[in-house]
Design a protein around this ligand. Structure first.
Ligand SMILES: [Zn+2]
Length: 190
């Protein structure tokens, strides 16, 4: 079976035998994040089904925003947009940026990515259009700790984000589940 067939088969079985905890969960009531928290983290597969339990965060308690290497690109990029909606429309009062050890973003470069894109038939003209942005994004990511510090700063300094929202920075260990504080957002929120 291909992956979509596996997913649809699993889904039929899941829906037919929906566990009690989902049957009794009121999705409407829990649309707003109960802990008033937005988590911005990496799309790394090892974080799936691991990061939230390691934080004591349950379904319905936080908004979770993910991308490659938890990077913020531009003052009104998709992460900032999601944070604006979370804060102004969904009652989020605190933001936590979570990078992780051994992040794939620190092992790649724009040159190696461009090579792979060209090999797969992506047009050189298309790559030329994003060449500089690609470098500013990927080659700028050296270490998950520094990235978390920088992303916290970018969010804090964004004029669209209220100053009274604490923005914390943490690093997650994808092997042990341990969290380490890099930036204590309570120190700088007003
Ligand atoms: Zn990562």
């Amino acid at each position: 079976m291909r992956i979509m067939e596996q997913i649809l088969a699993a889904n039929k079985d899941f829906v037919d035998n929906l566990p009690d905890k989902y049957v009794h969960y009121s999705a409407d009531k829990n649309k707003l994040p109960k802990r008033h928290l937005a988590i911005f983290t990496c799309m790394d597969t090892r974080l799936v089904d691991f990061l939230e339990p390691a934080m004591g965060i349950l379904r319905g308690e936080a908004k979770v925003i993910k991308n490659a290497g938890n990077c913020v690109t531009g003052p009104f990029g998709s992460t900032i947009r999601s944070l604006i909606i979370s804060i102004f429309e969904l009652g989020v009062k605190e933001v936590v940026v979570i990078g992780h050890l051994d992040c794939g973003m620190s092992h790649t470069s724009s040159q190696s990515l461009i090579r792979k894109m060209l090999d797969r038939g992506i047009s050189p003209d298309a790559i030329k259009m994003i060449d500089k942005q690609l470098g500013d994004w990927i080659d700028h990511f050296h270490h998950p700790f520094h990235n978390v510090e920088e992303v916290v700063q970018k969010i804090r300094e964004n004029p669209l984000i209220p100053k009274d929202v604490p923005v914390h920075g943490l690093i997650f260990n994808p092997h042990t589940g341990e969290l380490q504080v890099v930036v204590d957002g309570y120190q700088s929120a007003t």
